[in-house]
Design a protein around this ligand. Structure first.
Ligand code: ADP
Length: 163
């Protein structure tokens, strides 16, 4: 019945954890819209254009039914504008739960016609976060298990340039 889902996030940058969630969502929905938030409050390392471009490159082989674009404002407004009824979020650890639960229930109050669905990544990605990767990259860690090669290069370029 439901064909479309929106997967919103900062994706600063995209990791194998995000890509795992995207794959799972593609198994369920015929159209998955990756909505990259501008999120200036979070002071992203990469511009929104760079983040969109990296997701496009990382999902090159699996682009069927995938739309990748940036958005500003409330996730619920964007989701309704896209005529989707489902918001996808990834759940890694118990630590994600409280924040995600609050956000899902707030969104439900504001837009009861929308449903948030949580997907769990493969266990080995369940501790992976973009912010941790940025820290590890700045200390020169090998990130090949966590992000595609070109993302690792972009991260290190950006961090070395800005230090
Ligand atoms: P946001 O700023 O919206 O939290 P993120 O890019 O950090 O943006 O995360 C977007 C979504 O992807 C969130 O639901 C988050 O829980 C999920 N996510 C992030 N990293 C992973 C991962 N390693 N495995 C599964 N889900 C993840």
């Amino acid at each position: 019945m439901c064909q479309k889902a929106v997967y919103p996030g900062s994706f600063d940058p995209i990791t194998y954890g995000h890509l795992d969630i995207i794959k799972r969502a593609q198994e369920i929905f015929s159209e998955v819209i990756i909505a990259v938030a501008h999120n200036p409050r979070k002071k992203p390392l990469f511009s929104v254009e760079e983040r969109v471009e990296m997701i496009k490159r990382a999902s090159r082989d699996d682009i069927e039914g995938l739309i990748i674009e940036d958005f500003d404002g409330l996730v619920i407004d964007y989701t309704s504008k896209k005529k989707a009824k489902v918001i996808i979020r990834g759940l890694r650890m118990i630590s994600d739960f409280e924040y995600e639960f609050q956000m899902a229930l707030t969104n439900r109050k504001l837009a009861p016609q929308l449903e948030t669905i949580f997907l769990m990544p493969q266990e080995s990605y369940s501790y992976l976060s973009s912010s941790l990767l940025k820290e590890a990259a700045s200390l020169g860690a090998d990130l090949s298990h966590f992000v595609p090669d070109f993302v690792e290069k972009a991260l290190k370029n950006k961090l070395y340039k800005s230090s």
